[in-house]
Design a binder for this molecule. Structure first.
Ligand code: SAM
Length: 292
């Protein structure tokens, strides 16, 4: 099987054929839902705005469906795949392409800078849903030279990534949407939902709607903070106990009463407010006014 035999992996019959040939079953545990819709692959590739020879990190190439689209667009793809059964499949499905490198391993454990040769790169992926949030936070918090992230995620996760306190108030939505993930994504990137993808675009069909989200990494983070670690400790602590007010949540997260009260006062933030009503600037003010 090579490029000539399977010109397009992204359809139901080619995917079934490959799975059957290699005696594979999509693993639920590894979040395997293979794309079978060529339009979705094309749209993802378009959203990634790939230039010839550009470095792309793909997380979880599966049987090579999205990878094929990226390679056809001229990308140099480095892919990290956890499933030990897939390297032999990819060796065949992508055998016609030169600019593909596979690393068998866990994306949460590999040294991403090393595998990307310390060069700038974009991330393009149809992510395994059981660890989407961890992967996104890992990519963001490691200070990697990423310029853009284009990923398929559950729609609900995409909504959390773009949620702001303003749209919570405007849409009167459940206060669960805006949280630590929203703050982290918006601190480092400008995110937007590009389009939604129905379960029928995958084999097997996932139980949920999906969305492709595009995150343009900011040259400078959204708000000035003196200590990013402290900023995120405050954000996580504030959202840790949603039913409590800000002061009690932060006390519960281990901050000292006197110091945190002082930081809130200096930031002109009422300790009775709740985390979901605070903007990135509010969190930055608290962190910058915290004397430790
Ligand atoms: N890219 C393919 C596609 O679009 O059809 C497959 C996407 S599937 C939703 C997610 C892929 O991520 C699977 O191939 C799965 O084996 C892989 N995966 C799961 N956990 C992973 C991890 N921790 N590190 C790297 N890959 C992982």
């Amino acid at each position: 099987m090579n490029e000539k035999i399977i010109p397009e992996i992204a359809n139901l019959s080619a995917t079934r054929y490959i799975l059957k040939k290699f005696k594979l079953r999509a693993s639920k545990r590894l979040g395997q839902n293979f794309l079978i819709d060529k339009n979705v692959v094309n749209e993802i590739v378009l959203a990634a705005e790939i230039e010839d020879g550009e470095n792309i990190l793909e997380i979880g190439p599966g049987i090579g469906t999205l990878t094929q689209g990226l390679l056809k667009a001229g990308a140099h793809v480095t892919a990290v795949e956890l499933d030990k059964k897939l390297p032999q499949v990819l060796a065949e499905t992508l055998s016609g392409y030169k600019n593909f490198r596979l690393i068998q391993g866990d994306i949460l454990k590999v040294d991403i800078n090393e595998i990307m040769n310390n060069q700038p790169f974009k991330v393009v992926a149809n992510l395994p849903y059981y660890i989407t949030t961890q992967i996104i936070l890992t990519l963001l918090e490691k200070n990697l030279p990423i310029t853009k992230i284009v990923t398929m995620v559950q729609r609900e996760v995409a909504e959390r990534m773009i949620a702001t306190p303003e749209n919570l108030i405007a849409k009167n939505e459940s206060a669960k949407t805006y949280g630590a993930l929203s703050v982290a994504v918006q601190f480092y990137t400008e995110p937007r939902i590009a389009f939604d993808v129905p379960p029928t675009s995958f084999l097997p069909n996932p139980d949920v709607m999906s969305s492709v989200i595009v995150c343009d990494v900011r040259k400078n983070v959204a708000v000035d903070v003196k200590d990013e670690k402290l900023f995120f400790k405050i954000v996580r602590g504030a959202f840790g106990q949603r039913r409590k007010n800000l002061l009690n949540s932060l006390l519960g997260a281990g901050f000292e009463r006197e110091k945190i009260s002082d930081a809130l006062k200096k930031s002109s933030i009422d300790p009775n407010r709740r985390a979901e009503n605070l903007s990135l600037k509010n969190f930055a003010d608290i962190a910058n006014n915290y004397n430790y």
